[in-house]
Design a protein around this ligand. Structure first.
Ligand SMILES: *[C@@H]1O[C@H](CO)[C@@H](O)[C@H](O)[C@H]1NC(C)=O
Ligand SMILES: *[C@@H]1O[C@H](CO)[C@@H](O)[C@H](O)[C@H]1NC(C)=O
Ligand SMILES: *[C@@H]1O[C@H](CO)[C@@H](O)[C@H](O)[C@H]1NC(C)=O
Length: 363
């Protein structure tokens, strides 16, 4: 249907040019010569526009889109961010820095997970040891257009053979303890950022990450920062306050660690998901999943955001596995602090608005 519109418009253009050429013939031969010189340029732009259209119109059938230069057209990217109607600017500084505490008073109205109020001293100690707060230089400065793939842990990525395509993105973001080794064919083996919290940390991050992967702690509570501090300073571990025992030994390198600015979780909750930041006392608190947080971070940091492995099976099918690895089923999500149906609707909206693009067909 859209293609026909295209043909029609192309015909119109050609007819128009043809008509023009008749006029110019009667006017002068040199103008005619100019027309033929310009024709290839016009055709080039038509083809270019067509190819843009092809990428935009990918709807889950046929070949997966790839992170090529043509997907990276500035005009479209700005439109994507604008289409979210979040009334905010893109924030591309992702991590907390020590300077934040020295040079200006860090005014945070909220406590973790949405602000740092009350956690300043813990952060100060942790950030003093980390001492590097930026993205790798090759990603930060030299790209006019950053393409990002956010890889969720969902079952839907199984058997997609997307590995090779995923590895081509400038930035590949993964979440929690999702494995890579043994699943390369479907999920690739490149990891630029891995978002995690203590309960979802693996004790040896070297197995399923690259040597230069940034391991980005998402602090949900003070204990999460304390866990990192105890590891960095090799202090006695306090085990209380976690819903699942986090690793007591952690073999990641200090230079790989970053701490995500709570700004991103706050805005994922308040703007994207519209969760009340302070629930009523009797209500169970709801927090965004690390997956949707990763997509929000990517929307801030990247020009192109493609996703794979998102979505949960229908909740009535309790036996369906939820991850591309392991045996967890929907049953295990029953008591989680997440609102999965709300997140599903938001993902759908982001897709409909063209802010994110799925790399595989999905329901
Ligand atoms: C958008 O942000 C501006 C400035 O922060 C504010 O004045 C305005 O009310 C906001 N609009 C909406 C629709 O939230
Ligand atoms: C994936 O492919 C394997 C081997 O072809 C097959 O046994 C399995 O059922 C497939 N899984 C899914 C979820 O399609
Ligand atoms: C990913 O796999 C490719 C091909 O198997 C290999 O050449 C490359 O070194 C791997 N990269 C990482 C970071 O493991």
């Amino acid at each position: 249907m859209k293609c026909r519109v295209w043909q029609f418009r192309t015909e119109q253009i050609v007819q128009y040019l043809y008509f023009n050429s008749l006029v110019s013939l009667s006017l002068s031969r040199s103008i005619l010569a100019w027309f033929f010189r310009l024709l290839p340029v016009v055709l080039f732009f038509i083809c270019y526009y067509c190819s843009q259209f092809y990428f935009e119109s990918y709807g889950g059938s046929g070949k997966s889109p790839e992170p090529t230069v043509s997907v990276c057209h500035n005009f479209r990217l700005q439109r994507k961010w604008g289409s979210l109607k979040l009334n905010m600017s893109r924030k591309t500084e992702l991590f907390l820095k020590l300077e934040d505490f020295f040079w200006r008073e860090h005014l945070s109205a909220e406590a973790l997970p949405y602000g740092i109020k009350g956690s300043e001293l813990l952060l100060l100690k942790v950030l003093a040891v980390i001492s590097s707060y930026t993205m790798p230089a090759n990603i930060e400065s030299s790209l006019d257009c950053r393409t990002c793939a956010v890889i969720g842990n969902g079952f839907s990525i199984k058997n997609t053979s997307l590995g090779e395509i995923i590895n081509k993105y400038d930035v590949v973001i993964r979440v929690n303890d999702a494995p890579v080794r043994g699943y390369e064919e479907d999920v690739g083996n490149k990891t630029t950022l891995r978002l995690f919290y203590p309960e979802s940390a693996s004790f040896n991050p070297n197995i399923h990450n690259d040597p230069d992967t940034l391991l980005v702690l998402v602090p949900f509570k003070q204990q999460d920062l304390r866990w990192l501090k105890e590891i960095l300073y090799n202090e006695k571990r306090v085990r209380k306050g976690f819903w699942k025992p986090p690793p007591q030994i952690w073999l990641g390198r200090t230079s790989q660690i970053r701490i995500l600015d709570p700004y991103f979780l706050r805005l994922t909750a308040s703007k994207l998901l519209q969760i009340p930041l302070q629930p009523h006392r009797q209500q169970k608190p709801i927090h965004p999943t690390t997956g949707i947080l990763a997509i929000f971070v990517a929307l801030n940091y990247c020009d192109v955001v493609h996703v794979a492995g998102f979505g949960y099976p229908e909740s009535r099918n309790q036996k369906q596995p939820i991850h591309y690895y392991g045996k967890e089923t929907m049953k295990s999500m029953k008591n989680s602090y997440h609102d999965l149906s709300q997140e599903g609707q938001v993902l759908k909206r982001l897709e409909d608005q063209g802010a994110i693009l799925y790399l595989h067909p999905h329901s």
